[in-house]
Design a protein around this ligand. Structure first.
Ligand code: WTA
Length: 649
C-alpha cells in the first residue's frame, strides 16, 4: 500500500514553536537525560517550594512513580492566580451553550472569584484536603470551577460523565468513598434535557445500600427544571457562593498529592479509578498543550471533548488554563441545530486551534460539504484528532475540506492512564501521513513487543509498550495498587503495556491499530466487553452473554452482543429492545448494544472458555476465515451462529 506523506506545513502566520531539527535535538536529550530535561521543563509551572529531586520511578517490582517529589505547588494557582497580573482581563473560558444564542465569556479575574467562592463553599461544608468530591455535571463553566475549586483546597475530584446511569455513578461514588457530589438540576444537549439531579438522587440511594452515605449535594441551576429537593442534604450553588468570601488561599500541595481520580474501562471487572497526582501531571498537560497545538499567546483554542473524559481534564481545563489560554467549552452536540454547528462556532469565536474525535469527523463528513463551506473557517490554524485511529478518508476530508489544506492535523495518541499526549505530530516539525500518530513526544520511549515479550525492532507490527516513565503518567489504581501492577506492568515485565496494537513503519512512524485486549472503542469511548456482558446477564431473561466489537462506519466500533436466554425465554424483538434499554439503564446510552444475536449456544473450548476470536469473525461478517474450530466442545454451534448473524447485508 502506498502511503501519502504531507510535507511539514508551517502553521499559518505565526512562527511554529518547534521545527524538525529542534524536535530531534530535544527528543534525544529527553531520553538520554530525563533528569536534566524534565528538571528544566518542570519550571514551566510555578512552585511554592522548588523541587530538588526530579525523577524517581521504577516499573519493576512494586512499581513506584514519583516526579518532582519534594516540590510544593497548587494546580488552581497555576491555572489562575499566576495569570492575573498579566491577563486578568483576558477571557479564560468562552462558553458556547447548547442553544446557539447562549454564550458567556469568563475572564481570568472572574474565574478567580468563581473558583475561590466555590472553594470556600466546599470548605464550609467540611470538605478537606484529600477528600473525594464527585462531579456529575453538564458542560457548563461551573464544571471547570468545580474542578479548580477542588484543586485549590487539595480535595480530589472524580468526574463522572453526565451520560452515565445512576448505577454507574453510584459504583464510582462507592469505590472512592465520596460523600460530596456536585451536579446540576438538568443538563441540556441537542435541545434535550438530561435529569442529572434525579440520577444523582437515585445513585445516592444505591450508594447508601452499598455502605457510602453522601452528605451533601451542591446543585447548579442550569434549566430550572423541576427536581426533588432534600433540604438536609441539597445545597443550591447560587445561594451558597453568594454567602462566602471571594478569596481563598491555595493549599500548598506536594507534587505527589492526588489531584484527581477518573474511572476508565479495562478488559476485566469494574472500571478502575485511575489516579493522577499534582506536579508531574500539570507539567506534562501544559507542556503537551503548548507544543502539540503550537499554542501561542492570544490563540483561541477549542477542544470538543466532555470534561467527563480525560481529554476534557487535560485539554479543556488544566493544560490550556495553565498556559493562560482562552479555552472554549461547548455544551451541545455537533449536529444541533444542524451538522454545521462546529464550523459556525469556529467562525463565531474565531477559533484558531480545533481538537475533536474521528467519530465526529466521520459523522459530519456524511452530511455533505455544504455545511462546512457555508462557514469561512479563516481563523483555523491547527486541527487535532483524538480517541481512536482516524481512517485516512476521514483524515483527508478533515485536512482538505475543513482545513482547506492549510492546517496541520495533529493525530494525538494517548490514554486516560497517560495523563497527556504521548505520540503525535508537532505542527511545523513533523511531515504527516494520514492515519499515523507519527512520533513520540519528548521523553516518551515506545517499544513494540511480540506476544512473548520479545522486543521487535525496525518496521513491524507489535504490542505497544512504553519503557520509561513520563511526568503525566498515572500513579496507581485508586485503592488497589496491586491491580495497577497487574494491569499494566505484568504482561511484559518492567514495561508499561498500553493494551494497544501498533505498527512502526520504515520512517519510525507509529500507526495505532486498536486495542489488543477486550476493550472496545465506541465513538472514542472506552468500554469493557466485560461490563456490557455483566449488564446483560443481570437481566432475568439472560443466562449468558458475550460481547465483541465490529467495524461501524461512524462509531469506529459497534457493540455486538451474543445472548443466550434462560430456558423457556423467547428471543423476540420486544426482548431485544428491552435488553438494550436494560444496558442503558445499567451503564448509560454509550454502552447500548448495536446488535443483539440470540444464540442458543456460544462457541466454547472443552474447558469452557468462550472463543471470542470466532465471535469476532462472525460479527465482522468474516465467517469464511474462522480458522481452527476443531478444539470446540460443540462445533455445530458455529453454523447456527452464522445462520443467524445480525450483520447480514
Ligand atoms: C485509543 C483517550 C488511535 C487507544 C485520550 C487508546 C487512539 C484508547 C488515539 C484510550 C489515536 C486514543 N489513534 N487510537 N490518536 N487516541 N486512542 O483512555 O486505543 O479514553 O488505548 O483516552 O483510545 O482511550 P481513553
Amino acid at each position: 500500500m502506498s502511503v501519502k506523506t504531507y510535507p511539514v506545513l508551517k502553521p499559518a502566520k505565526q512562527r511554529a514553536l518547534i521545527d524538525n531539527a529542534t524536535y530531534l535535538k530535544w527528543y534525544k536529550q529527553s531520553v538520554a537525560d530525563p533528569e536534566a530535561f524534565w528538571g528544566e521543563h518542570g519550571k514551566r509551572i510555578d512552585w511554592f517550594k522548588p523541587y530538588t529531586k526530579v525523577k524517581n520511578t521504577s516499573f519493576e517490582g512494586k512499581v513506584s512513580i514519583k516526579w518532582f517529589e519534594d516540590g510544593l505547588t497548587n494546580v488552581s494557582y497555576n491555572c489562575i492566580d499566576r495569570h492575573l497580573e498579566k491577563r486578568g482581563d483576558q477571557v479564560a473560558i468562552i462558553w458556547e451553550g447548547d442553544n446557539p444564542y447562549d454564550d458567556r465569556k469568563i475572564t481570568y479575574r472572574e474565574l478567580y472569584e468563581h473558583v475561590c467562592r466555590l472553594a470556600n463553599v466546599l470548605k464550609a461544608n467540611g470538605v478537606k484536603k484529600g477528600d473525594r468530591v464527585t462531579i456529575y455535571m453538564p458542560m457548563i463553566p461551573e464544571a471547570a470551577y468545580a474542578m479548580l475549586a477542588c484543586t485549590r483546597i487539595g480535595a480530589v475530584h472524580s468526574i463522572v460523565f453526565g451520560g452515565f446511569s445512576p448505577d454507574a455513578l453510584a459504583g464510582r461514588i462507592v469505590d472512592c468513598q465520596s460523600t460530596f457530589v456536585i451536579t446540576a438540576d438538568e443538563g441540556l444537549r441537542g435541545g434535550r434535557t438530561i435529569p442529572l439531579k434525579a440520577n444523582t438522587d437515585q445513585a445516592i440511594d444505591i450508594a447508601k445500600r452499598d455502605g457510602v452515605e453522601v452528605k451533601s449535594v451542591l446543585v447548579v441551576r442550569r434549566t430550572a427544571g423541576k427536581i426533588h429537593w432534600f433540604a438536609e442534604r441539597d445545597i443550591w450553588y447560587h445561594q451558597a457562593v453568594a454567602t462566602v468570601k471571594a478569596d481563598c488561599p491555595p493549599a500548598k500541595m506536594k507534587a505527589e498529592d492526588p489531584l484527581f481520580i477518573l474511572y476508565t474501562s479495562g478488559s476485566t471487572g469494574k472500571p478502575k479509578g485511575v489516579l493522577h497526582t499534582t506536579g508531574g501531571y500539570l507539567v506534562y498537560a501544559s507542556m503537551t498543550h503548548q507544543y502539540v497545538f503550537d499554542y501561542h499567546d492570544g490563540d483561541i483554542y477549542w477542544c470538543t471533548a466532555d470534561v467527563g473524559w480525560v481529554t476534557g481534564h487535560s485539554y479543556i481545563v488544566y493544560g490550556p488554563l495553565a498556559n493562560g489560554a482562552t479555552t472554549l467549552m461547548f455544551e451541545g452536540v455537533p449536529t444541533y441545530p444542524d451538522a454545521g454547528r462546529f464550523w459556525d462556532v469556529v467562525d463565531k469565536h474565531k477559533v484558531n486551534i480545533f481538537y475533536t474525535a474521528p467519530t465526529a469527523i466521520r459523522a459530519l463528513m456524511g452530511q455533505g460539504d455544504a455545511l462546512v463551506t457555508r462557514s469561512s473557517r479563516k481563523s483555523l490554524r491547527i486541527l487535532g484528532s483524538v480517541g481512536e485511529p482516524i481512517n485516512p478518508e476521514a483524515w483527508e476530508w478533515y485536512y482538505h475540506t475543513v482545513g482547506e489544506g492549510r492546517c496541520p492535523i495533529v493525530d494525538t495518541w494517548w490514554q486516560t492512564e497517560t495523563g497527556g499526549i504521548l505520540i503525535t505530530p508537532l505542527p511545523g516539525a513533523t511531515a504527516l501521513k494520514p492515519g499515523s500518530a507519527t512520533r513520540p513526544f519528548f521523553g516518551v520511549q515506545p517499544q513494540l513487543v511480540d506476544a512473548e515479550g520479545k522486543v521487535i525492532d525496525g518496521a513491524a507490527d507489535g504490542n505497544l509498550c512504553i519503557i520509561d516513565s513520563w511526568p503525566g503518567q498515572m500513579r496507581t489504581v485508586y485503592g488497589d495498587h496491586e491491580r495497577f501492577i497487574q494491569t499494566y506492568f505484568s504482561t511484559y515485565k518492567g514495561k508499561y503495556f498500553t493494551g494497544d496494537g501498533c505498527r512502526r513503519d520504515e520512517d519510525g512512524y507509529y500507526w495505532i491499530t486498536g486495542r489488543v485486549d477486550d476493550v472496545l472503542n465506541v465513538s472514542g469511548h472506552r468500554m469493557g466487553t466485560a461490563e456490557v456482558e455483566s449488564a446483560l446477564v443481570s437481566h432475568d431473561a439472560v443466562s449468558e452473554a458475550a460481547v465483541v466489537g465490529y467495524p461501524h462506519d461512524i462509531k469506529g466500533q459497534g457493540i455486538y452482543s451474543y445472548v443466550t436466554l434462560m430456558v423457556g425465554q423467547q428471543g423476540t424483538e420486544e426482548l431485544r429492545k428491552e435488553l438494550i434499554s436494560h444496558v442503558r439503564k445499567e451503564i448509560g446510552a454509550i454502552a447500548s448494544p448495536d446488535k443483539i444475536q440470540f444464540a442458543p449456544g456460544l462457541p466454547k473450548t472443552r474447558s469452557g472458555k468462550i472463543m471470542r476470536r470466532i465471535l469476532r469473525k462472525i460479527a465482522e461478517d468474516d465467517y469464511g476465515a474462522l480458522g481452527d474450530t476443531s478444539t470446540l466442545a460443540d462445533p455445530t454451534v458455529v453454523d447456527d451462529l452464522i445462520a443467524n448473524r445480525q450483520n447480514r447485508k
